[in-house]
Design a protein around this ligand. Sequence first.
Ligand code: PLP
Length: 452
Amino acid sequence: MEKKILLNEKDMPTQWYNIIADMPNKPLPPLHPQTKQPISGEDLAPLFPMELIQQEVSAERYIDIPEEVQEAYRIWRPTPLIRATELEKALQTDCKIYYKYEGTSPSGSHKPNTAIPQAYYNKKAGVKRIITETGAGQWGTALSFACSHFGIDCEVYMVRISYDQKPYRKILMNTFGAKVYASPSTNTQAGKNALEANPNTPGSLGLAISEAIEIAAGDADTKYSLGSVLNHVLLHQTIIGQEAKKQLEYTGDYPDVIIAPLGGGSNFAGLSFPFIKDKISGKQMRCVAVEPASCPKLTKGKFMYDFGDTQGYTPLLPMYTLGHTFTPAAIHAGGLRYHGASVLCSQLLKDGLIEANAIQQLECFEAGILFAKAEGIVPAPEANHGIAQVIREVNRAKEEGVKKTILFNLCGHGFVDMAAYQDYFAGKLVNHSFTDEELTGALKDIEALQPQ
Ligand SMILES: *Cc1c(COP(=O)(O)O)cnc(C)c1O
């Protein structure tokens, strides 16, 4: 038995997989917030280059990966598929556990899989500067690297709480040549409003998105870039699952369960969509998206139209959401602190093609530390959510007396997140519970946004 299943570079997939082509129910269209009519590609043109807008609305099953993007992917791809033999021993299980390790990328997570093509299409369209937001700092780092690769300026609005918790992330972005601002900032109206309402706000991903969009929309040479949620972002991530499929073919296994954490949905989609294609054609298997109990949009939110950002600059998106004014607790898994879930993942959940589970952060850190001791890799706090679910599945298999093949996404390493582990060891992390009012309060604000 081999521990690591490695693909040759020549076996790297040359197309992305677009699940829209195979979805039994197509996603509902994004709506213009005033007219409540479907938006057109032109409405998005101030923010994104045309080729990305075309990918956003495409119904083609496969989309070619440009040669320049493949070349940049080869800096770290294909990524390894690893049999978690040591974790299996630690859990004393007969289940086979595999993980796709995306932490081998330059920024340490799956995010460069979309940062590279996004920077490429912007460059091709003559864009000079890209503005973005970052939560935990993973996305900002990935885009900074991608922009430096293609020679574009990059500015990042970093959620205040992460800016303070993760100074090394900021320095990493600076190393790749990007400018970094704490959000909320005084550079934008959205930021000023938020600071006026609460000068000590920890910020949120939704608010940082508002700031980045505000600046990009006001400057013709500047575009905006998003690291999750949108269809084209999920599309680019499908290289993960397509590689994993080839790697599992080599071992002769097929997963019974696929698990990944879900912030906006991109790493979950990236690993699972190429397998969900099989599920749609009748294959038996489960896909579980894991969210933090402190931001439970999939399990406690509602499927409604809502803004993607806090200020209400984006189109209305049909998604599971807690409401765009919901401010998640300041947990260390910053990448999972987002009020909504991507349109594609939301529709698949509504249609029963995927499942969702919310887990408290203490159980997640316990799982992550067990994994680190066994396999030697310290996972990103986000990834710990997936690992906690893997352990639950193993326990369930034990109870049911069955053997399962489990595949999960180790979507990033935690080397720049050691402050989170420090807080965990110091007993500073707590589990979160909400009153009904806290959970549903922000949903009341969006009732008026629904189309008739
Ligand atoms: C950004 C990020 C996430 C959450 O975003 P998704 O779009 O849901 O993947 C999870 N894990 C890591 C390591 C991240 O960087």
